[in-house]
Design a protein around this ligand. Sequence first.
Ligand SMILES: [Zn+2]
Length: 442
Amino acid sequence: MGGDDSAGDDSAGPGEGVLSLLPSGQRLTRPEYNRLLVCATLFHEGPESRAGLHNATGIPTSRLSEVCGDLLRGGLIRESIVAPPEGNGRGRPQTLLEIELRGLGAACVSYDHGEVTAAVADLAGTVRWRRRWTGPFSAEETLRLIARAGRLAVAAAAKAGVEVVAVGAADPGTVDAAAGRSVRAVSMPGWRNAPVVAALGKATGLPAMIDRGDGWQALGEAAFGAGRGVNHAVYVTLGEGIGGGIVENGRLLAGRDGSAGEIGHTRVSDSGPPCGCGGRGCLEAHLAPARLAALWKGDEPDQARGAAVGGEAPDEFSRLLAAAREGDGRARKVLAEAAGALARGLGNVVSLLNPEQIILGGRFVEAGETILDPLRRGLPAQALPEMLQGVEVRLAELGETSAFLGVAARVRNQLFAYPSVGARVGGGGTKGSDRVSSEESP
Ligand SMILES: [Zn+2]
C-alpha cells in the first residue's frame, strides 16, 4: 500500500452505512430509539412476528411498520417465512423478523513479539478475513503496522460486504483499557505505554478498544465456542504462561485495571518451582510446558522455566504428551503432578467464583485427556462437593480465532444493548424535543 499511515481519512466512520440507523449516545431521535429497541429485542429474544414485536416493545403498529421497513431496507433485519408446526390446525405460514448479523462485523488486531495479525469476524461469529505479518519489528514499526493492519481489515471487510462496527486490539501483556494503551508486554522488549487505541482509531475512523488477548479469547469462547449458552464461565489458557478471563452474562470481568482473571500467578504451593514473576509456586510455574518437558527428560527443570528455553520447547512438550498417550509412566507422572497443581488452582476458582463452566484453552487443548483425566480425579479434593457439583470442565473449541470472535461478541453486545429508557430523544427532524420515559410509550 502507498502513502503515509497517518494520512487516513479521520472523518470516516459510522454514519454512512447501515450503522447510521443505529447511533449510540445519549441523544436519540425517536426513530433512532425505536430502531435500537427493535434490534435489541430481536437480538436478545430471537425471531419475532410483527405482532410479537409490537407486544414486546410497545411501539404502535403503524410506527412499527415504518421502523421495520427502515431496518429491512438497511439490511439490519431480514424476513423469513416459517411454516406452521405440523398438526397445527390454523395452518398459515408466519412471517418472522430476525436480526441480520452477517453484514456487520468487528475487526481485531493482535500482536506479540515479531508478529501482527488482523482479522474480521462478522457478528454472527464467522471469521471472514485474516492476515498475518511476521517481523522482527521495532516497537515503532509494530505500532505503525497495527494501525495499517486495522485499516486493511476494514477495507477487506467492505469488499466482503461486511460493515465493521469497531476495532479491538488483542494485547499480549498488561493494558490500561481506559487510557487505550498497551502498558507492557514481557514478550515485547522496548514496548511501553503504546497508544494502540489512538492509532487504530485514527487509522480506521472507527471506535477502537484494547483488552488482554486472553480476555478476548474468554469472551469469544463464551459467546461462540465451548461456552455457548452458559452464563458463568471461567477461561484458563496455557501458553508459555497461563492466562484467562472470567465471563459473566456475556461480559468480561475487568477488575480495577483489566487484569481480573489472570490466574497464572495465583499460588498453589509454598515451595513449588520458581516463577518468572520472582515468586514461587505460581500456577504457571507448575505448568510451564518447558518445565514439564524438562522434568520428563530428567533435565534440571529450574533451568528450563519460562520462555528462556526458546523455540525447541513446544516440540518437547508435544513429545511429552505423545509419550503419555503411549503409556510412558514417567510422562504420565509428570502430567499427573501438573494436573494436581491445576486442580488446586481450579478448586480455588470454583470456591471463589461459583462458575457453571471452566474452559481450558491454548495448549490444554493439545494435552486433552492426558491432563483432563488426572485433573478430574484431583478436583474433588480441592473444593466443597456442592460447589463442584455440576461444574463442567471442558476444552476450548475455537483455537486461535477465539480472540477475533471475542471482539465480535463485545461489539454485538454493545450495539444491541437495549436503549436506556431515559435516553434523550429529540432533534434529527422529529417533532420537537422530547424524552422517552418509562411513563410514556415509545
Ligand atoms: Zn508467578
